[in-house]
Design a binder for this molecule. Structure first.
Ligand code: SF4
Length: 367
């Protein structure tokens, strides 16, 4: 048959410098990557490595660990060595931990310039150490910890203030011929955040790490991050993303991955196309969709599975999918690649769909 058409894309990627965070390439030559951050005490090496393993299994590309104390800094070499994905040390306040993280073999270091006291004097040494070890640095500007000078100048954390802070810090490194930088300008308001990144994208060619900070609990945080990242990624802005949620970090990774898949920036894996249900539904669509989703969770094969509540729109939608069901009269018509392959009683719909999905996955071979 004909080769599959490439998936439609929303916008051309902004051209950036390229850098390597461990084995992960960051910049416009590479796919947008998903980050998250551990919630364990970093000094608890086993707990932290365990959480990193969970994040890795969920599809996290790069993980960040906080480093607020000497004990945490001491744990970094072991964590960096044993983690299967690149580890970024997240440093506030203390330049000495920046050096420790670079020495520890962390794949990158995130510094918050607004929080690193006497940062300016240390830039030269940090730049030299980072260059010697090939360690990129993320300049992470946060609305909540904006430099006092810029706060005074702009009155609050405006997009201009965030960008001025970031560019000023980047310039400090650039003066020492250090350019392996990635920048973020996070704000909790998606509108301010989007504007800040747009301005930043126009003003430099560093790769950008996207984040809506303190985005909130899972529901609100998911929506805020999705709209903000969508608005930016649509313009080709953004090279790594982190969805911040007041929820376990594996949830952040799932949401981040789903955002990238929704925008065709990463191949879609399992996609459940279920109808919203309406007065015509002859089956409990919500329950059926949940059961099918649970039964197929973790499938690595791209598969569109349609779950339709009735036979009005059902067959049409189900035909567009690899696999689907349209319910009616206590039965489910099971479609595979547009053809009804069987009709089963309602109680057998879920298991039949799972069986057929497994069969299709096997036919598709290893991904
Ligand atoms: Fe309603 Fe049927 Fe459409 Fe579901 S598929 S929303 S039940 S018309």
């Amino acid at each position: 048959g004909l080769p599959a058409a490439p998936p439609p894309v929303l916008g051309k990627r902004r051209v950036t410098r390229q850098l390597r965070v461990g084995a992960v390439g960051v910049g416009s030559d590479f796919p947008v990557s998903v980050q998250s951050m551990t919630t364990t005490v970093t000094a608890d090496v086993n707990a932290t490595l365990q959480q990193i393993a969970e994040l890795t299994a969920t599809g996290c590309d790069i993980v960040r660990v906080a480093c607020p104390s000497q004990d945490d800094a001491d744990a970094l070499p072991q964590i960096a060595r044993k983690s299967k994905i690149p580890v970024i040390a997240d440093i506030h306040f203390q330049p000495k931990y920046v050096f420790a993280a670079i020495e520890a073999g962390c794949a990158a270091v995130r510094v918050n310039p607004g929080n690193i006291k006497k940062f300016d004097d240390k830039v030269k040494e940090i730049a030299r150490a980072a260059k010697d070890h090939g360690t990129p640095i993320r300049i992470g500007v946060n609305a909540g910890s904006l430099d006092a000078r810029l706060m005074a100048k702009h009155g609050k954390a405006t997009p201009e203030a965030l960008v001025e802070s970031a560019l000023w810090e980047a310039e400090l490194f650039a003066e020492h011929d250090f350019h392996d930088l990635k920048i973020s300008v996070k704000h909790n308001d998606p509108v301010v955040m989007v504007r800040a990144y747009e301005l930043l994208a126009e003003s430099c060619d560093y790769p950008l790490h996207l984040g809506v900070t303190e985005a909130g609990p899972a529901f609100q945080g998911t929506v805020k991050s999705s709209v903000a990242f969508g608005a930016l990624l649509r313009q080709g802005i953004g090279d790594t993303i982190r969805v911040s949620l007041s929820a376990p970090p594996t949830e952040e990774v799932k949401v981040g991955t789903q955002i990238l898949q929704s925008l065709n920036l990463r191949p879609r894996k399992l996609e459940i196309v279920s109808c919203p249900s309406c007065g015509r539904a002859q089956v409990d669509v919500y329950k059926l969709a949940d059961q099918v989703t649970a039964g197929l969770e973790g499938m690595e094969v791209p598969l569109r599975v349609a779950v339709m509540g009735c036979v009005v729109n059902g067959p049409g939608e189900a035909r567009e999918a690899d696999l689907g069901v349209a319910s009616g009269n206590g039965k489910g018509q099971i479609f595979v690649k547009g053809k009804v392959i069987k009709t089963v009683p309602e109680s057998k719909i879920v298991e039949t769909l799972i069986e057929e999905a497994m069969r299709l996955a096997e036919e598709a071979g290893p991904q």
